[in-house]
Design a binder for this molecule. Structure first.
Ligand code: MN
Length: 286
């Protein structure tokens, strides 16, 4: 099932080229447009049949007529794996002249939840002309059930589904050594979308592949089977630190091929099993 958030933070299920509004099932109110999504995700499993009935009973609207938002607009946590593909670890080593540690040694870092944006929003680059801003295409895991100290074997049972992400990053320079979390938490630096494909359709995330183009040029092309720390271990490890919540997002890491983006560019990220997201890059207006 493809689950999306659209227009004024309505919750929708996509069937073919149509989107069915299932917000009523989430008890969504105008005051709680974004927070209802976590509740919907938490209750998705037990209420699956109810959702199917709504799909049968309500007409879908053409997907082209709605504006898709981030499928989880305000996750409690946005976790991300640093250097989690061998080829990306190698390219970063070359650039900085020293071996960089991978996710196996570093664990996760956090991106500010306020950096999340949607598939219809541009990536907004701040006015810092001396700095380089990179795309990092990634597959993101969306947690479905609270996970606390789960084992590797239990981990995938806590996944709601998978979506696409960019982990936009301001690179360090010899003179500028800001924390990773700050450099990756600028407004709109975590685009998510275009929807979540539920985990029943992707029982093994290692089959996923990922490609990123900038202005039509293929920049990244990878398989999640190459992850240094795979999805079950990412979840197990993070859940030993904190209680992962329904709707939490975990960016699984970026393969080689990260490169600069600037206003005027168009970034496309695609995983055939999930979907495709096309994002314009613009100057931030503040
Ligand atoms: Mn990343």
């Amino acid at each position: 099932m493809r689950v999306a958030v659209f227009d004024d933070h309505r919750i929708g299920v996509i069937v073919g080229d149509g989107i069915h509004d299932v917000s009523a099932l989430a008890g969504q109110t105008a005051e709680c447009g974004t927070c209802a999504v976590g509740g919907f995700i938490a209750e998705f499993g037990p209420r699956r049949e109810e959702i199917r009935e709504v799909l049968d009973e309500t007409p879908g609207r053409p997907l082209s007529e709605v504006v898709l938002r981030a499928p989880v607009p305000r996750p409690t946590h946005v976790l991300a794996a640093p250097l989690n593909y061998p080829d990306h670890q190698a390219e970063m080593t070359d650039e900085l002249g020293a071996r960089r540690l991978s996710a196996a040694e570093l664990g996760f870092f956090l991106k500010a939840t306020g950096s999340v944006s949607g598939p219809s929003d541009p990536i907004r680059i701040p006015d810092r002309p001396s700095r380089r801003f990179d795309h990092e295409g990634e597959v993101a895991v969306v947690i479905g059930r609270e996970a606390r100290a789960v084992s590797r074997g239990e981990a995938l049972g806590h996944v709601f589904g998978y979506t696409l992400a960019l982990d936009v990053t301001m690179r360090r320079t010899p003179e500028h050594q800001e924390e990773r979390s700050m450099r990756k938490s600028y407004h709109t630096f975590t685009p998510l979308g275009p929807w979540v494909v539920t985990a029943d359709e992707i029982p093994d995330p290692s089959v996923l592949s990922l490609r990123v183009w900038v202005n039509g040029e293929l920049r990244q092309d990878a398989s999640l089977s190459d992850l240094i720390v795979d999805v079950p271990d990412l979840i197990a490890q993070a859940s030993s630190v904190l209680r992962l919540q329904p709707g939490d997002v975990y960016l699984t890491g970026s393969p080689a091929g990260v490169g600069p983006i600037e206003p005027g560019d168009r970034v496309v990220v695609e995983a055939p099993e999930i979907g495709r997201m096309e994002l314009d890059v613009v100057e931030r207006g503040w």
